[in-house]
Design a protein. Structure first.
Length: 236
């Protein structure tokens, strides 16, 4: 109950403040609709994560005597971590970022071609992949650590988290994601053809297997809908 209420009230404050900064301070006349939405989500998430930090709790409730900070301290830490997890889920374009920047390319490491030669040719892609993978994986860690650590460490973790989430939102484009998905589908189709040729499969057998798989998926959907209907009737 606490996490939804906190997110609601922070959202009420964050959205008007964001538009005020955008219109009065930054004075941006025209901004892409997708970018504005991402920045709005990031700004709201940043304020929400700030409210979840241990440093903010210490600043607001530092006057509470240590004698009263017993088991309640661990409970409050649990609430802060839950709030930080909510921020992680609300930050924009994380799934798209992981699709567009999946990590370093897979190296063949062939002795015939030369391992050192392959690394020299792809070192930029390897470095970029490692950095993107680090940003994608470490951002949630920094967000959770900011809800636990105090003093300088806590502020550094908070700054790293919101900075990396801002980078994720800025470098991710839905159009680019669609291009990546199209390329992924093309590669899957090519790989499918290679497997058919490699195992000398008959096209009729492949079509029959596809048809059976489609029937299984449809059957699973029907059973899932039936289960949901029965559950709703039982609850009523």
């Amino acid at each position: 109950m606490l996490k939804p209420l906190t997110r609601f009230f922070i959202g009420l404050i964050a959205i008007p403040v964001f538009h005020l900064i955008l219109n009065k301070v930054v004075r941006v006349q025209e901004i892409d609709e997708e970018l504005e939405k991402d920045l709005e989500q990031w700004f709201r998430g940043s304020l929400l994560l700030l409210a979840a930090t241990a440093n903010m709790e210490a600043a607001l409730f530092g006057w509470v005597p240590m004698s009263l900070q017993g088991t309640e301290g661990w409970i409050l830490m649990g609430f802060r971590i839950m709030l930080a997890i909510g921020v992680i889920e609300a930050m924009p374009d994380q799934e798209l970022f992981s699709i567009i920047h999946p990590g370093p390319p897979q190296l063949k490491l062939s002795k015939e071609y030369g391992i050192i030669r392959e690394i020299k040719e792809q070192w930029r892609a390897i470095l970029k992949g490692v950095i993107c993978q680090h940003i994608n994986r470490s951002s949630p860690v920094f967000a959770i650590l900011s809800a636990i650590a105090i003093d300088t460490v806590g502020w550094v973790c908070y700054g790293m988290a919101i900075t990396q989430y801002l980078i994720i939102g800025l470098v991710t484009s839905r159009d680019r994601a669609l291009d990546v998905l199209s390329e992924f589908d093309r590669k899957v189709t090519m790989r499918r053809r290679e497997l058919i040729e490699e195992f000398d499969l008959d096209q009729e057998e492949v079509d029959e297997a596809d048809r059976k798989r489609c029937e299984e998926i449809e059957q699973e959907k029907v059973e899932s809908k039936k289960t949901q209907t029965d559950a709703s009737k039982a609850s009523a």
